[in-house]
Design a protein around this ligand. Structure first.
Ligand SMILES: Cc1cc2nc3c(=O)[nH]c(=O)nc-3n(C[C@H](O)[C@H](O)[C@H](O)COP(=O)(O)OP(=O)(O)OC[C@H]3O[C@@H](n4cnc5c(N)ncnc54)[C@H](O)[C@@H]3O)c2cc1C
Length: 240
């Protein structure tokens, strides 16, 4: 199989939608995420029903426990093989050549290449999770956040602003708070999802807006998927 056309980092609500939309339309996409067992996994019960036409809508049923929602989304994404390749890995840095992003480096060793890279890393940039007096580097309960990618982005000049999310205690899990960073408003374009500093780079989901809702992030991911489809079909004039 030829190389990937799009590389998506982070298989949360936003990133999964981007990859799904592209693969369903025959595009080759790598969906790289640090834990396949928490792909498309809500951290709290879903209260806001999904928007029509999304992967979220396909797997949603009222009252479904979070883990079953995750499992159903994973089955759908896996069914898009070989166009969609799901890979467990942690992105640590952008791979940049001549001012253009061409892929990512990973904590595990290999680097992965694609002409378009989407950052959908949610609440994991510079994340610190607190449960009572305990604080640890994590983007949500049970999932560590590594600072490498955040440090790499800062070194490349990207500006960030602090954000925060809280989860109430739920079925034996403690309540907790996550403080993290999202891209500052001047860094990205809400219409095209492009990050201005580097060609070929996009961002979507909580790492841009701070985590509005599962519904909103999934819708944003689907929108970016649609935009990328258009760009891939008509590549002239956008520097690909
Ligand atoms: C504590 C808390 C409570 C929340 N409560 C609600 C709520 O009640 N209702 C609601 O609608 N929304 C809630 N949210 C917001 C929720 O985070 C968003 O709505 C939604 O999950 C964001 O989707 P996302 O795809 O942007 O990010 P996420 O769902 O966070 O997904 C990001 C993915 O990227 C992966 N990732 C991160 N860094 C890397 C890396 N370097 N390499 C590879 N993979 C990486 C992570 O593993 C994760 O799977 C809450 C968030 C938090 C943190």
């Amino acid at each position: 199989m030829e190389g990937f056309e799009v590389l998506v980092v982070g298989a949360g609500f936003a990133g999964s939608e981007v990859a799904y939309r592209l693969a369903r339309s025959g595009r080759r996409v790598l969906l790289l995420t640090q834990s396949l067992d928490s792909l498309f996994l809500p951290v709290t019960p879903v209260t806001d029903p999904p928007a029509e036409g999304t992967l979220f809508a396909e797997v949603y049923e009222e009252g479904l426990p979070p883990f079953l929602l995750h499992a159903r989304a994973k089955w759908r994404l896996e069914a898009e093989r070989p166009r969609l390749h799901l890979l467990q890995a942690t992105a640590t840095a952008l791979w940049v050549e001549d001012g253009r992003v061409v892929g990512v480096r990973t904590w595990e060793g290999p680097s992965y290449r694609a002409p378009r890279v989407v950052l959908a890393v949610g609440t994991f940039l510079g994340a610190r999770l607190s449960v009572g007096q305990i604080e640890e580097p994590a983007g949500r309960l049970g999932e560590a956040a590594y600072d490498d990618l955040f440090e790499d982005l800062k070194q490349r000049g990207f500006a960030f602003v602090p954000a925060e999310q809280r989860a109430a205690p739920y079925k034996g899990a403690p309540g907790y708070r996550v403080r993290f960073y999202r891209f500052a408003d001047g860094e990205w374009d809400p219409e095209s999802f492009r990050l201005f500093r580097l060609e070929g780079l996009y961002a979507v989901g909580a790492c841009t807006l701070g985590g509005r809702s599962y519904r909103e992030e999934s819708l944003a991911g689907a929108r970016l998927g649609e935009l990328l489809l258009g760009e891939l079909e008509h590549p002239s004039g956008e520097g690909a």
